[in-house]
Design a protein around this ligand. Structure first.
Ligand code: IMP
Ligand code: MG
Length: 186
């Protein structure tokens, strides 16, 4: 296991404190990137005593493959309601930064008043590439992780903690279903 439920809960609470302090008195539009950020969003927003709306955005990046070569595609919706609003993008992982760059560009085109980003995890690659997020939960090594909303080939999102995917799963595929025993105890 890479990050336990307890550590996630404590850090999400602290992140919410940072976010609440910097948006105090302002109305916020949270834009979670589905599907990976849904559990993070649910926990985070319940710790935020702010007036807010949620406007979801579905982005396809890896399509379940462990590769960084694909440009992210925005799947849904075509139009957000963010003009003149303070927007906080919420994503699970900052890796190459392509996803956040694409979404930031869309929100700016729609003339959001401000655009900031909150990610649960920042991979070491993002640090190396100088990719930026305004609020960051944890810095992690460059490993493929699952759980707490994050998937491999659409599986493992329901694990309550964050785990590193075992290489054997990557080679053989998740045919055995969503079994905890196939996740590496790291
Ligand atoms: P980026 O565009 O390279 O920054 O990739 C970010 C997106 O890729 C995230 O929104 C995740 O959906 C996905 N992603 C990156 N690394 C992982 C991982 O280790 N596990 C699951 N999804 C990942
Ligand atoms: Mg994603």
């Amino acid at each position: 296991m890479l990050v336990s439920r307890r550590r996630i809960a404590r850090r999400v609470q602290a992140l919410a404190g940072e976010i609440a302090a910097s948006y105090r008195g302002r109305e916020l539009v949270m834009v979670p990137l589905l599907t990976g950020s849904m559990i993070f969003l649910a926990d985070l927003m319940r710790c935020l005593p702010l007036k807010m709306r949620v406007d979801v955005l579905a982005v396809s990046s890896y399509a379940g493959k462990i590769t960084r070569n694909r440009q992210p595609r925005i799947l849904y919706p075509e139009k957000l309601h963010v003009t003149g609003k303070h927007v906080l993008i919420v994503d699970d992982i900052l890796d190459s930064g392509q996803t956040l760059a694409a979404v930031r560009a869309i929100l700016r085109r729609q003339r959001a008043a401000s655009v900031r980003a909150c990610v649960l995890l920042r991979k070491h690659t993002a640090l190396c590439l100088g990719m930026h997020a305004d609020f960051i939960g944890f810095d992690i090594p460059d490993e493929f992780v699952v759980g707490y909303g994050m998937d491999y080939n659409h599986f493992y999102r329901n694990l309550p903690e964050i785990a590193v995917l075992h290489p054997s799963v990557i080679v053989t595929g998740p045919h055995g279903g969503n079994s905890h025993s196939r996740i590496a105890p790291s």
